[in-house]
Design a protein around this ligand. Structure first.
Ligand code: PEP
Ligand code: MG
Length: 324
């Protein structure tokens, strides 16, 4: 698949009407890094750090982690890597942590909630990231932020970690970007002040969609009822895009839908300018963007919404069939 798109690998994903969309990849293990060059991705938009914890039998030590993160940054050769702090919960149980018995693990004690309630692991991880990125740029994002206070508390941990590095005389990252994943509907409605203060946002469409429709992403039976191209969901995404534009907040989208050509086109048409996806999707999505007039597609989406369609998919598919 990578070879098929080799001719456009080093080209920008620029649409027919001249809009450039940033193409980034999702990763989680060292083994994913060679795809960065192979796919033509501009960087790693989502590095799921929990994968490296999940494949171990015991809690990694800080030195080990920081060596690992340094190798990730080495392999990225200066391309931006956004490290997402641990997104573990009672469904992604670390072998060395006691499982919680929760009736709704997806809505339970997970991700940043664990990080803030038991800050030991988060502190170690932040320290390891800072150490690994000494003298070079670092981007960190916190998963599953549902309200501002959680982001602020996580930033306070980051500031403490920075202070500790400074006191110990270690070099700091050359630049540090801190942001949050927007994957609960609540955060989409946070005050403007939050949008202005957060370093950047990345929409976690997998979780955002499951909570928006109240449909478990792991449950085929209910998941399939709700289309990502449902007009209500697209309106939510469009509102997030508009709020970020109004507050100058860098925004990306890193859920699985970013890697599906029709969905990716719709996201770009409603204003997303940065997508992060499985490496194998970069070629097909870039190819689709290069063949499409995004302003026209946007008009098709808005017309479908005006008509009262439940999903814009039929109209979009018809348009792409005639104009692709
Ligand atoms: C998401 O929720 O869309 C996301 C990117 O995070 P994960 O799939 O790891 O929950
Ligand atoms: Mg998520």
């Amino acid at each position: 698949a990578l070879e098929r798109y080799a001719s456009i690998r080093d080209k920008a994903a620029c649409s027919r009407d001249g809009v450039t969309v940033g193409m980034h990849m999702n990763a989680g293990l060292m083994a994913d890094l060679p795809s960065l060059a192979g796919s033509g991705a501009e960087g790693v938009g989502l590095f799921r750090t929990e994968l490296q914890f999940l494949v171990r039998t015991k809690m990694p030590r800080r030195g080990e982690l920081s060596a690992l993160y340094a190798r990730v940054l080495d392999a990225a050769q200066g391309k931006r890597v956004v490290f997402r702090t641990l997104d573990i919960g009672s469904d992604k149980v670390l072998p060395y942590m006691t499982a919680q018995d929760e009736p709704n693990p997806a809505m339970g004690w997970r991700a940043i909630r664990v990080g803030l309630d038991k800050p030991g692991i988060m502190r170690m991880q932040l320290q390891a990231l800072l150490r690994a990125a000494a003298g070079r740029p670092l981007a960190v994002m916190f998963p599953f932020v549902a309200q501002r206070e959680e982001y602020d508390a996580a930033c306070a941990e980051m500031n403490k970690a920075l202070e500790r590095e400074r006191i110990l005389g270690h070099a700091l990252p050359e630049v540090l970007e801190v942001g949050a994943m927007l994957e609960t509907p609540s955060l989409a409605f946070a005050p403007d002040k939050f949008f202005r203060d957060v370093g950047f946002l990345s929409i976690g469409g997998n979780d955002l969609k499951q909570f928006f429709f109240a449909a478990d992403r792991e449950n085929e039976r209910v998941r399939k009822r709700y289309d990502t191209l449902n007009v209500s969901f697209l309106s939510l995404i469009e509102q997030i895009v508009e709020r970020c534009a109004a507050t100058d907040t860098p925004l990306s989208f890193c859920g699985e839908d970013a890697g599906r050509p029709v969905e990716a086109l719709c996201l770009a048409a409603i204003g997303l300018r940065c997508l992060s996806m499985r490496p194998a999707s970069i070629g097909p999505v870039k190819n689709a963007i290069m063949r499409t007039d995004l302003a026209e597609l946007r008009a098709v989406i808005h017309a479908a919404r005006e008509r009262g369609d439940q999903s814009v998919r039929p109209a979009v598919v018809e348009y792409l069939r005639d104009n692709g």
